[in-house]
Design a binder for this molecule. Structure first.
Ligand SMILES: Cc1ncc(COP(=O)(O)O)c(C=O)c1O
Length: 269
């Protein structure tokens, strides 16, 4: 089983830079010992963090949900600016993490490969009451292990009746009969920033949307995932079935999303 490895190149801890990505942390820090913390990951294009305001807003909400003192926004913004100025990565990934003790850990690493399409498996996985699904918390070893254990790129959490909620790192959409379906922001999922952009753009592009968790796959469905780092990514194999190529309205949505978030346009799926 292979799980992703960390590749941070520059780290700031409470404003102090650590160019080799290494820094001391107390073994009593509950962020370390229990995964009690919150985080955000977002792409940086031309040294500009994409959708930073939305990510900082969600970080603050996650802190409230997890009982963690929220960082002062002005201080955090200054530290982010300082880190990006000091970093050699003009296109990269910024990770913002706050531990239960209130330590602010910022890291930049190079932007990874963008997936064009991927393999996903649906798995009935009840929404745990703690930590709250609406918080982007750091207690997520299960999220890392699940795709590796099933030998897929993403596992889609479903209800016992097979209605798709979200992935371990992505929001889930199904384009079915000309309508876009996605789970509502009702406490069972993380309110994805990219999900929000897609709903906004679908409205602009007069694509019909229903915020309902899509039921088990049907012929002619087109399933795709969204995340800040990947944008829209198609699914070429869902469970044990090959999927048709991305239909035109979703290709157009993908290009519109790339423009909206400042991402260099990717080759089509
Ligand atoms: C559980 C979960 N759902 C959805 C997403 C996608 O959210 P965003 O579009 O804000 O990156 C993520 C991102 O990490 C996630 O961890």
């Amino acid at each position: 089983m292979r799980v992703p490895q960390a590749t941070a190149v520059l780290v700031s801890v409470d404003g102090t830079h650590h160019p080799d990505g290494r820094f001391p942390i107390s073994c009593d820090d509950l962020g370390l010992s229990r995964g009690h913390g919150v985080f955000e990951t977002l792409p940086v294009y031309d040294s500009h963090p994409s959708s930073l305001d939305a990510h900082l807003q969600r970080l603050e909400q996650s802190c409230v949900l997890m009982g963690i003192p929220a960082p002062m926004p002005a201080v955090l913004r200054t530290r982010i600016r300082g880190l990006l100025e000091a970093s050699s990565c003009s296109h990269g990934v910024l990770r913002i993490q706050v531990t239960q003790e209130g330590r602010q850990i910022l890291a930049v690493r190079p932007l990874g490969r963008r997936l064009d399409t991927l393999r996903a498996r649906r798995l009935a996985w009840p929404t745990p009451p703690f930590p709250p699904a609406r918080a982007k918390h750091t207690s997520r070893a299960g999220y890392t292990l699940a795709p590796a254990a099933h030998d897929v790129d993403e596992v889609i959490r479903t209800t016992p009746t097979g209605h798709a909620l979200e992935g371990t790192w992505s929001s889930v959409f199904c384009f079915r009969g000309g309508t876009l379906y996605t789970c509502p922001d009702d406490g069972r999922i993380l309110p994805g920033i990219t999900r929000g952009h897609v709903l906004f753009l679908a409205d602009q592009m007069t694509i019909s949307v229903k915020e309902e968790a899509p039921g088990p796959p049907e012929p002619n469905d087109s399933w795709f995932l969204t995340s800040s780092l990947q944008g829209i990514v198609g699914i070429h194999r869902l469970d044990d079935t090959d999927q048709p190529p991305m239909p035109e309205p979703i290709r157009a949505l993908r290009i519109a999303l790339d423009q909206h978030t400042g991402r260099p346009t990717a080759p089509s799926a």
